[in-house]
Design a protein. Structure first.
Length: 192
């Protein structure tokens, strides 16, 4: 199946997604196919490597694991590909329940998802993904805006709703109850 053959107004599953013969990076949100756009720019990649490496070093000899894109997160309670209607490729994710990991990626909500905004994807990141991550129980959703050098953290409360942090920027530090003891210095993250 080619991407051009698809009716982009139809609803698709992960089973359909796997049949696509394309090199284009795609995500599936509630059955709707989204193009991931162009390759990330240099600053996006620099930030992703910085955060991933800090998380990797912190998580050594701990039960949680960190993964960076391309890494598929299937947000579903079902292991059947034909039942999964949301497949995302976050820039970075932390998974503390390793039973969610398989050869295809992660089945279920990671504990932390990090998305680094790129030109053209802000609506998808800020609305569509926000809603699905909240609904599926991702404990923390971090959104980084490279050109503005800002960081927002949304934390899931006891009622299953995201509570925003204040806007963080260079000079601030990020901590998380998901990973006690972890500190991310935004001065280092945004250094160019």
């Amino acid at each position: 199946m080619q991407l051009l053959d698809l009716d982009l107004s139809a609803t698709y599953t992960y089973a359909d997604y796997l049949k696509l013969a394309t090199e284009e990076r795609l995500e599936l949100i509630n059955g709707e196919i989204f193009r991931m756009g162009h390759s990330p720019n240099r600053m996006h990649q620099k930030i992703a490597v910085c955060i991933t490496s800090k998380l990797f070093r912190f998580l050594e000899n701990k039960t949680c694991e960190v993964y960076s894109a391309p890494f598929r997160v299937r947000l579903s309670g079902s292991e059947k590909d034909e039942d999964v209607i949301t497949v995302l490729q976050p820039d970075i994710c932390v998974v503390c329940d390793i039973s969610k990991l398989d050869d295809k990626g992660c089945l279920g909500a990671p504990d932390i998802v990090v998305e680094i905004l790129s030109p053209g994807n802000n609506r998808k990141e800020l609305k569509n993904k926000f809603e699905v991550y909240e609904e599926c129980g991702v404990k923390e959703y971090w959104i980084i805006h490279p050109s503005e050098k800002t960081f927002m953290k949304y934390t899931l409360d006891n009622e299953g709703k995201y509570v925003p942090s204040h806007l963080l920027t260079e000079g601030d530090e990020v901590t998380t109850p998901v990973l006690p003891g972890f500190v991310l210095d935004l001065e280092e993250v945004f250094k160019d």
